[in-house]
Ligand binder design. Structure first.
Ligand code: FDA
Length: 459
């Protein structure tokens, strides 16, 4: 039996984007129904209990430039705390030797260190010319979008270790795709969306704070206020649309509305049947966006043993399986937790192994940074978003080579009564919760405006 609901707006997806837009539209006096495929809200934000230990399975960090997210945290009364960062960081170079350091520049040879510093300046200058809301408008957008970030780095420097380190900040650490798989323009957008390339290099900036109880607190609080407007376990399979409005259909619900927001990651747009089909260019655009791949590894120990050695827990190496790791101990806990990341082709390699072998290799990589104590966690967990039907990758989507300059300018255009939006299509806060909230506010306002215009026209 299918129940029919009527609303001004139907929102598909109860992640940070969809729930922000829904909240704004309700505040503006509109009726809203949010249809969510999963049995929980939050999408890529998920706080879970694994063997008695709280882990943030998806997004967790907040940085000072993320003013939209910070404003939401303030409004919802969600307190934050700083990531532990006392002591020295660790870098493992090509020689496999762990070296301690302070500051942002990895302790390579003096020539490599100064080459890294030079490349950061070059990138900062380029990034300053890029508008994160319109990277395609850069005068050299086409040229920058036609050369992979790896090739561009090879054109800039003969120092392989310097190149590997610069690539790490965008490829392994952000887009979670190999540096040959995305363009220089896409890399510049990633940095511009965080204010500068230097901000990405500065772990104390980019991974500054966490939310007490977990960042999923944001969607949970928004959904609680929306009440029964949010419907769980309602994957939308059909979206009929015309000038008169939309009809979204799930297995048990049919929602008739004037406007729709598809607030799901772009790789999932094609899971919905659009009747009639979307226009040609939209079909093409969607096929040029894909999610990266990363395993977020959580390892909890009875104590944060690395702190006793004078280590902050911050660790990097383009040559290690775990390319970056941090102290991720939860607020108020005496146990210590490390979080590490295994990206793109390295993730492919370990996903081809059985779970025990993968765990052994990952823990050995943590031990290369922190010593053998890292080999024996009390609780171990791998966040595997690529296996999640309603996400299928992490952290977010980016364009293939040439896609951003070719299609980017159309990504925010509505198709009749349908708008598409998520953190994957953000400018500032691109790929982050801050971007999801910005996109949610923007689309909420656009829909409210278009509903008002329709009301005036029909009055
Ligand atoms: P999101 O994917 O969250 O929401 C979309 C929703 O749509 C989902 O709930 C999904 O189930 C639903 N859906 C899909 N198809 C549907 C259908 N057909 N019908 C109904 N519902 C459907 N960010 C950050 O700021 N700091 C960080 O530290 C991190 N770290 C991080 C780590 C990991 C492992 C991940 C996976 C991600 C991050 N991120 C992050 C990124 C951040 O989590 C992400 O950008 C936002 O949460 C995305 O929010 P959206 O609402 O845009 O999409």
């Amino acid at each position: 039996m299918t129940e029919t609901l009527n609303a001004d707006v139907v929102i598909i997806g109860a992640g940070a984007t969809g729930l922000t837009a829904a909240t704004d539209l309700v505040k503006a006096g509109h009726s809203v129904v949010v249809l969510e495929a999963r049995d929980r809200v939050g999408g890529r934000l998920w706080t879970n209990d694994i063997e008695g230990q709280m882990f943030e399975i998806g997004g967790q960090w907040v940085s000072p430039d993320q003013t939209a997210l910070l404003a939401t945290l303030e409004e919802l009364g969600l307190p934050t705390y700083s990531r532990y960062r006392e002591g020295e960081s660790v870098y493992v170079g090509r020689d496999g030797v762990a070296k301690r350091f302070t500051g942002d520049i990895f302790p390579a040879s003096p020539t490599t260190e100064s080459e890294i510093e030079r490349l950061i300046v070059v990138l900062d200058e380029l990034v300053a010319q890029v508008d994160p809301d319109a990277p395609w408008a850069h005068p050299q957008a086409h040229e920058l979008d036609h050369v992979s970030f790896r090739t561009w780095l090879e054109q800039q420097s003969d120092d392989e270790e310097a190149r590997d380190n610069i690539a790490l900040f965008i490829a392994d650490a952000m887009l979670t795709k190999p540096a040959h798989a995305f363009s220089t323009l896409q890399a510049l957008l990633m940095a511009a969306s965080a204010g500068s390339f230097s901000n990405l290099v500065d772990a104390d900036f980019i991974l500054d704070k966490r939310v007490v109880g977990g960042l999923q607190g944001v969607p949970l609080a928004l959904a609680a206020s929306l009440g029964d407007r949010v419907k769980l376990e309602q994957p939308v399979h059909t979206l009929e649309w015309s000038d008169d409005g939309v009809v979204a259909t799930t297995d048990t619900l049919r929602v008739e509305a004037k406007r729709a927001l598809v607030a799901v990651p772009p790789n999932l747009y094609g899971r919905i049947d659009y009747v009639p089909p979307l226009p040609r260019r939209r079909h093409q655009l969607h096929q040029h966006l894909s999610l990266g791949l990363v395993i977020k590894v959580h390892a909890t120990y009875e104590t944060p043993f690395w702190r006793d050695k004078g280590l902050s827990g911050t660790a990097f190496s383009p040559y290690q399986l775990v390319h970056e790791a941090y102290d991720n101990s939860n607020h108020g806990e005496t146990r210590g937790t490390l979080v590490g990341f295994v990206s793109d082709e390295k993730a492919d390699r370990v996903f081809a192994l059985d779970a025990d072998e993968r765990k052994r290799l990952i823990l050995e990589s943590l031990a290369a940074y922190y010593g053998d104590e890292a080999l024996s966690p009390a609780v171990y967990y791998e966040s595997d978003w690529a296996s999640e039907e309603w996400t299928q990758g992490a952290y977010a989507a980016s364009y293939d080579l040439g896609g951003l300059s070719r299609y980017g300018q159309d990504q925010n255009s509505p198709v009749g009564p349908i708008r598409f939006g998520s953190s994957d299509l953000a400018g500032l806060g691109f790929q982050h919760v801050d971007g999801a909230i910005r996109v949610g506010h923007r689309i909420g306002a656009e829909i409210a405006e278009s509903l008002a215009a329709t009301a005036v026209a029909s009055a």
